[in-house]
Design a protein around this ligand. Structure first.
Ligand SMILES: Nc1nc(=O)c2c([nH]1)NC[C@@H]1CN(c3ccc(C(=O)N[C@@H](CCC(=O)O)C(=O)O)cc3)CN21
Ligand SMILES: CC(C)C(=O)C(=O)O
Length: 324
């Protein structure tokens, strides 16, 4: 056991050396997936490979993750991009809105996700307020996300007003994913979570935003809650891959929130959500069965789930107790 794990460690180190010598050093590229319980080796997803997806019409799968186990689950399947979305605020931390999430809280979670991430590209949301107080603040916070949070790129919500920030981050090599349409960080200003671009002028504005963000250097863009016709049109107009959530079937990729996809989210179910599992049912029946077993003393089983000591040792122990 010890021997084999030391061997794996040594091998890992050798591979790391090899990778860095060849100039293809990437944090996880050379980590043996078995180390975190992943059996299949997949090629690291890169911005270039995402462009190839768009070119050859292979859909891009993006899923949110908020901690180590969800990151490992993404890394165990052909998820192309793992997103530490700021939906973290609501679905994991119990805040009423994404606007409550701090950079420190986000980084705490991105570090855990990074530890469980192998082949997927790792992107995280810039929290509300972390890119609104000036270009240098945005850059400083993005650097924190990369350096302390271990993410490979950042996502930010907004349109043409963000182009200078996108340009600055891109210019120093921090990949930026843009996000237009429904902007959850602005739900108060937008009077709720509403489908965007439903009239001619709204649609024009979203297209203009998407084009401006591409021109500023965004490597990809999320289209949230817009009509499917517009999702298709923007996807055809842009050179960068579009990732839709409630933007119809014609975007270059799709994203869903982990808890929506798993069927564990108790809150509102948006029209664009499909539950691909009913993990809530499994989870609840597990908790119920556990409580029942404890209360009925059927758990733990005396023989298979408990420890014992040698009969003679125990007799001696009791004997010693008498003379105390
Ligand atoms: N669980 C969860 N899933 C998400 O997709 C998500 C979050 N949380 N939290 C952060 C944001 C908020 N999002 C939301 C929240 C609500 C709607 C929603 O209720 N949409 C209405 C549209 C109504 C209309 O304009 O016609 C819907 O019924 O689909 C959409 C996106 C997306 N993000
Ligand atoms: C749903 C995705 C796109 C997101 O922004 C989030 O998880 O916060």
């Amino acid at each position: 056991m010890l021997g084999s794990s030391m061997y794996a460690l040594r091998l890992q180190r050798v591979e790391l050396k090899h990778a860095s010598r060849n100039g293809i050093f990437r944090r996880w590229m050379s980590v043996r997936p078995q180390d975190i319980g992943i059996s299949e080796v997949r090629k690291k997803v890169t911005i270039q490979s995402l462009y190839q997806n768009k070119a050859n019409g292979t859909p891009i799968s993006m899923l949110t993750a908020y901690d180590y186990p969800t990151a490992v689950a993404c890394s165990s399947h052909p998820v192309d991009i793992t997103l530490v979305g700021d939906s973290l605020a609501q679905v994991c931390l119990g805040y009423p809105s994404t606007t409550h999430l701090s950079v420190a809280e986000m980084i705490h979670h991105t570090r855990a996700v990074a530890r469980g991430t192998t082949h997927p590209l790792l992107i995280a949301d810039m929290p509300f307020g972390s890119y609104h107080t000036g270009i240098e603040d945005a850059l400083r916070n993005a650097v924190r996300m990369v350096q302390d949070g271990h993410v490979e790129g950042v996502k930010m919500e907004g349109g043409q007003e963000l182009t200078e920030i996108v340009r600055r981050l891109s210019s120093v090599g921090i990949p930026v994913m843009a996000h237009v349409g429904l902007l959850p960080q602005r739900h108060i200003a937008m009077s709720g979570y509403k489908v965007q671009g439903r009239d001619r002028n709204g649609a024009k504005r979203i297209l203009a935003d998407a084009l401006a963000l591409q021109e500023a250097g965004a490597f990809s863009i999320v289209l949230e809650a817009i009509p499917k016709e517009l999702g298709k049109y923007i996807t055809e107009k842009l050179e960068i891959p579009t990732i839709g959530i409630g933007a119809g079937p014609h975007t270059d990729g799709q994203v869903l929130v982990w808890d929506d996809m798993m069927g564990t989210w108790n809150g509102h179910k948006a029209k664009f959500v499909r539950r691909f599992a009913n993990a809530k049912h499994e989870r609840d029946s597990g908790v119920e069965a556990y409580c029942e077993a404890v209360k009925s003393r059927s758990f733990p089983d005396e023989n298979t789930e408990s420890y014992s000591l040698d009969k003679n040792e125990w007799a001696q122990f009791l004997e010693d107790q008498k003379s105390q």
